[in-house]
Each structure stands twice: as C-alpha cells, then as structure tokens.
Design a protein around this ligand. Structure first.
Ligand SMILES: [Zn+2]
Length: 115
C-alpha cells in the first residue's frame, strides 16, 4: 500500500493528479489541492510561494529548456564554464523530484474527490 499525498493547507488527501499542485515554498516542494493553492496565493503565504507550480505546463517547459541549455553548454562551451551547465539541470531535478515524490503516487487524471 502506498502512502497518500496530503494537502499542506487543509491536510486532506489529494487523490488525483488532476487536483495536485506542487509548489516551491522556500526551496521545498509542497503539495496542495488546486483550490487550496489558489487560496494560499491570496493569503500572507504568497510571500514565500513561487506562484508557478512545478507540475504545470510552464514547469514542464522550463524543464525542457533546462535540458536543452544543459546540453548546449556542455557541447559548445569550453573549459571551466562547462560546470555552469549543471545550473541548468536544477529545474530538471526539481521536476523529476516533484514527479517522484507526489505525482507517481496518485492515480489517473480525472477528479473523483470533490475538493
Ligand atoms: Zn487542500
């Protein structure tokens, strides 16, 4: 039996990927319900939350961009600057962690929980 994913705001279980928002809060990844994330953005916590969810299409785009930049720098830059390419792997690692920690534990796409 797999451990569930619980919303940080309301502490209820998040049951589907569709309803999951993984947000970056001070470099820590935190799971929210879609609705709870929207509420959180209206509260004081907005100061600490990166309002771009990691598991959104923008997050996926940044991941892809990170991979391309990583490969580009690795291939075309000489010397010590090559190490800079590792910086571009950060969004990729972030995205993979979000998947590993939360998304893979949830089933299907469609909402069955009414929250
Ligand atoms: Zn919630």
């Amino acid at each position: 039996m797999q451990e569930g994913v619980y919303c940080r705001r309301c502490s209820r279980q998040i049951k589907t990927k569709d309803n999951l928002v993984v947000a970056g809060v001070l470099f820590v990844m935190v799971p929210y319900h879609k609705e709870c994330f929207a509420k959180e953005l209206r509260g004081p916590a907005v100061l600490f939350i990166n309002n771009q969810p990691i598991n959104s299409w923008v997050g996926n785009l940044l991941t892809l961009l990170g991979l391309l930049l990583f490969a580009g720098v690795l291939l075309f830059v000489e010397g010590l600057a090559k190490w800079l390419s590792l910086l571009f792997l950060l969004p990729v690692i972030y995205r993979l962690l979000a998947y590993y920690l939360f998304e893979r534990r949830l089933s299907g796409k469609y909402n069955t929980d009414n929250y």
